[in-house]
Design a protein around this ligand. Structure first.
Ligand code: LFR
Length: 485
C-alpha cells in the first residue's frame, strides 16, 4: 500500500537507461527495464549526438516501464549529461543534431571570451571551472553559423527530450548551472556576464526547480508507449551528476563523494559556493544541487580513459583485463587524469604511452599495464581532488562515498581508498537513476528532504566498504612525479 512506480530516464555518454523505481514510505526498489546505446556520429561538420535515436530509446523504455508497472506510472523524469543542448527555431522545430561536448569547435573560444570578461571575473560571477565545452563557449562558437542565426530557443538535452514528451519548455536549474550563465549565489541567470558577452538569455526558457511539474505525456507519446494517461512528467535534478550526488548515502556532513562513470566527479556538498582565485586556479566548479546545495567538485577524465582503450583494443573482456591489471605492480607509471589532452576520442593507448614517456616514466607495454596505469592515475586524481576540495572549502571529511558505474570496479574502489587514506563507501551504482526517482517521489510527498532521501537509501541499499591500506607514502611519491613536470 502507498507504493508508487516512477520511471527514471538516465542518459549517459555511452548508453541510456530507463529504470522503474518503486517507492513507498519506507521502501525503495529499482529495476532496469530498458538500456540502449548512445553512439555519437562523426559527420563532415563534426561530432554530433544522435538525438532522435535517444528519443526513440526513451519511448521504448517508457513502453517497457508501463508494462513492468501494470500501466500505472506515477510520473516520469529525465536526467542526463550536462552542457549540451539543441537549438530550436521559432516554430519549436529542432535545427540540427546537438553538438557533442567532445567536438573540436570550441578550440580557442575561451580565450576569445576572456578577452571581454577576464577568466577571473567569469569565475567570480559564475563559479564554473574552465572546461572548453561549457555551454557559454559552445554558444559563442556557434554564433557565426547559419543555424544559430535561425535559433529562437536553446534547450539542454534532458529539457529537449522532456519537451518532446510534453510539449512544454523549461530550463532545469541544476543542469543550467553547467552553462556558465548562472550565478551560484543567487541561483538564477548571470545577466551581467551574459550582457557583456552579448549572449541572449532569452534563448533559454524559464528556469524550473527540481520537483517542479514539467507537463504531461502528449497524446502521441501515450499512443506510442501504450501508457494510459494522464502521466505527469516531473523536472528532476536533470544534470546526471546532481541526481547522483542527491543519492549519495551519506549520514552526516563530513563526506566527500566521487561520481564515477565516463567522468569522475570528485568533491564536496556545500551550502555556499567557493569563488576564490585559489579555487579557480585549482579548477574546482560550483554546480548547483538539490535544496540550495552547491556541488563543489573537479572533473577528472574518469573511466573514459579505459573505455577508449578498450574500444581501440577491439572490446576485450573487461573482467579479464581488470584481473590482469590487479596483478601488475602498483604505481609504476601515472598520468595526469585531469589533463584536457585526454578529452578528445581516439588513439588512447598511444596517448597514455606518450604521457608516460614525456614524464620520464616506464611506458606500459601490455594492455594489463596500460589498464593499471589508468586505474592508478584515476585513484591519484581522486586523492588530489578530495584533498584540494577540503583545503579550499575548509570542510574536512572522514569518508569518501563512491557512487555510479565505477563502484562495480572493486580495484578502482580499493585504490581510491588507499590513495585518499580514507575509508571508501561504495554504492549505489545507479545513483543518478535513484536520485531521479527520489526527487519525483518527493514531489508527490512520499519522501522528505535530502537527509530523508538519504536515510531511505542507507536503509534499503547497503553499500560496500573499503578500508585504506598503507600510509600513503607511495601515493605522495607518485604525486611528486607528476608535479615535477
Ligand atoms: C557526467 C557529466 C559531467 C559533465 C560531463 C559533460 O555524465 O554530466 O558532470 O561535466 O558529463 O556533460
Amino acid at each position: 500500500a502507498g507504493v508508487r512506480a516512477y520511471a527514471a530516464v538516465d542518459l549517459g555518454a555511452s548508453s541510456g537507461r530507463v529504470m522503474v523505481g518503486r517507492v513507498g514510505p519506507d521502501s525503495l526498489e529499482l529495476s532496469e527495464v530498458h538500456r540502449f546505446p548512445n553512439r555519437p556520429v562523426r559527420l563532415p561538420e563534426g561530432l554530433r549526438w544522435d538525438i532522435l535515436a535517444l528519443h526513440r530509446g526513451v519511448l521504448d523504455g517508457l513502453r517497457a516501464a508501463g508494462t513492468r508497472s501494470g500501466g500505472r506510472l506515477a510520473s516520469v523524469g529525465i536526467d542526463g549529461w550536462a552542457v549540451d543542448h539543441g537549438l530550436l527555431d521559432a516554430d519549436g522545430a529542432l535545427l540540427g543534431n546537438p553538438v557533442h561536448y567532445r567536438d573540436a569547435r570550441t578550440e580557442g573560444v575561451a580565450e576569445q571570451v576572456w578577452a571581454t570578461v577576464p577568466a577571473a571575473e567569469l569565475y567570480a560571477a559564475t563559479g564554473l571551472q574552465y572546461a572548453p565545452f561549457n555551454t557559454l563557449y559552445q554558444l559563442v562558437a556557434a554564433r557565426p553559423t547559419v543555424q544559430f542565426a535561425r535559433a529562437a530557443r536553446a534547450l539542454l538535452v534532458p529539457d529537449l527530450l522532456t519537451y518532446w514528451l510534453t510539449g512544454e519548455q523549461g530550463t532545469e536549474l541544476t543542469n543550467a548551472s553547467t552553462t556558465q550563465l548562472i550565478d551560484p549565489r543567487t541561483r538564477t541567470w548571470a545577466h551581467g556576464v551574459a550582457g557583456r558577452l552579448g549572449v541572449d538569455l532569452g534563448l533559454f526558457p524559464p528556469l524550473r526547480q527540481p520537483g517542479d511539474p514539467a507537463g504531461r505525456l502528449r497524446p502521441e507519446v501515450l499512443e506510442e508507449t501504450g501508457l494510459a494517461g494522464p502521466v505527469p512528467v516531473t523536472a528532476v535534478a536533470s544534470h546526471d551528476t546532481a541526481s547522483a550526488v542527491a543519492a549519495v548515502p551519506a549520514t552526516g556532513e563530513r563526506f566527500a563523494y566521487i561520481c564515477t562513470g565516463t567522468w569522475s566527479l570528485a568533491g564536496l556538498e556545500l551550502t555556499a559556493p567557493v569563488l576564490t582565485e585559489e579555487s579557480r586556479a585549482a579548477n574546482f566548479t560550483n554546480e548547483l544541487g538539490l535544496d540550495g546545495t552547491v556541488r563543489y567538485l573537479r572533473n577528472i577524465m574518469g573511466l573514459w580513459l579505459l573505455q577508449e582503450c578498450v574500444r581501440a583494443w577491439g572490446e576485450p573482456d573487461l573482467d579479464v583485463l581488470l584481473r590482469a591489471a590487479a596483478a601488475v605492480p602498483a604505481l609504476r607509471s601515472v598520468v595526469d587524469a585531469g589533463d584536457e589532452a585526454f578529452l578528445a576520442p581516439g588513439r588512447m593507448p598511444e596517448r597514455i604511452a606518450e604521457a608516460c614517456r614525456a614524464t620520464g616514466q616506464p611506458v606500459p607495454g601490455t594492455r594489463a599495464e596500460t589498464t593499471r596505469c589508468i586505474l592508478d592515475s584515476l585513484a591519484l586524481a581522486h586523492r588530489r581532488a578530495v584533498a584540494d576540495a577540503q583545503r579550499l572549502a575548509g570542510h574536512p571529511v572522514d569518508v569518501v562515498h563512491v557512487v555510479g558505474g565505477g563502484t562495480r570496479n572493486a580495484l578502482l574502489c580499493q585504490l581510491t581508498a588507499d590513495a585518499c587514506g580514507l575509508p571508501v563507501v561504495a554504492g549505489p551504482a545507479e545513483a543518478a537513476a535513484l536520485g531521479n526517482v527520489l526527487v519525483q517521489a518527493r514531489a508527490h510527498g512520499l519522501v522528505g528532504d535530502l537527509a530523508d532521501m538519504r536515510r531511505l537509501l542507507v536503509r534499503t541499499l547497503p553499500p560496500t566498504r573499503y578500508a585504506p591500506r598503507g600510509n600513503g607514502a607511495r601515493w605522495r611519491e607518485a604525486e611528486a612525479r607528476l608535479a615535477a613536470r
